[in-house]
Design a protein around this ligand. Sequence first.
Ligand code: ADP
Ligand code: ASP
Ligand code: MG
Length: 428
Amino acid sequence: MALIVQKFGGSSVADAEGVKRVAKRVVDTQAAGNEVVVVVSAMGDSTDELLDLAAQVSTTSTPREMDMLLSAGERISMALLAMAIHELGASAQSFTGSQAGMITDAIHGKARIIAVSPHRIKTSIEKGDVAIVAGFQGMSRDSNDITTLGRGGSDTTAVALAAALGADVCEIYTDVDGIYTADPRVVPTARKIAEISSEEMLEMAASGAKILHLRCVEYARRFGVPLHVRSSFSQLEGTWVLPSPDDKIKIQAGDPLEQPIISGVAHDRSEAKVTVVGVPDIPGKAAEIFGIVAGAHSNIDMIVQNVSTHGSGHTDISFTLPIVEGADALEALRAAQSRVGYEGIEYDEQIGKLSLIGAGMRSNPGVSYRFFKALSDAGVNIDMISTSEIRISVVTNAELLDTAVRAVHAAFELDGEALATVYAGTGR
Ligand code: ADP
Ligand code: ASP
Ligand code: MG
């Protein structure tokens, strides 16, 4: 008998029909002789709708109440799914994050898991129930308040439970058939990847491929949880994310012996660019600026410092950060303008980030040239560049991002023969 954790994303439980379809799939998995723990997301786009509602009643930030509000979305789907499973003649019990023993720190909106004590889940599956857990939420032992893990965090709930329960596999059910060489909503000819190393998946997720929450990939790698990303709308085998850095991709007959140079292209529209103009070009100013931004709890991604114009004694520093953190960072920087001595700030949300990812890049010198040539042939201007050992990222104008993704995908011959199926979801 295997223990399987199955996580169903919002598009899989978007309406009553979806909830019933998922219930059938869960019951079938149990009937095949497995113990099943299910993690659910809020229905459809309901988390976004709750955020829209909150914005209509308040413009100030009330993180504790926001977590109370958003955690309700997952509670709706967990209870409905339990009812639908009962309807099929099986037994199920739903649990909130705190009932399931998901203990987090007290940072609302981006809480981190510090312990998982799933006693009630164990008892529930031991007596033959399907245990259903509300994704993306937990409780802080310090404040006794409900917390959420951040957008997309139900994936991380599922992996954390799988690790704590010693599950054989964590299945992430979504609205596409697996992990593709690019987002199939932008590149319909993207190819499904059968197996991907966790190292590459980490870079993809960190570069904005929202198919998996970044922290879920980190967690799975750390605890050796095998992840299988697949569709809840088909029975097809999806993509396996190999947990351990030492795991080798299984070579099948006919596969090339060396690993492909590139695993995929990721894009991200969720960042904004801040340029601090006219910063005194003396030691310590960059540290001062990034200290201020860190104090506002912003996560900085790419950074560029311009060469100071000869003799001016001033330079510009640009960086990107999540749009949702932009307002707080700007406020903190503006408050410190006279202390830092910069001349002004520019802020741009109309940017997009494109990243090319592949472990084979390490030993292939021509990759950068091919990448920049593809962008130039497509008429895409580049604003910022950053690289890691297995990734190249650029910031472009938001309007040209899709064109850029398709151009780079084609230049690396990643296109497949068939069109990828996107079963549901609005891509919001
Ligand atoms: P869920 O609600 O199931 O958590 P998400 O919307 O968070 O689903 O993630 C699934 C979506 O991720 C897909 O519909 C697709 O548009 C997007 N996506 C981005 N990059 C990729 C990729 N490389 N492969 C597959 N899907 C991707
Ligand atoms: N419902 C939450 C969100 O939309 C969590 C999740 O779906 O993973 O971000
Ligand atoms: Mg998701």
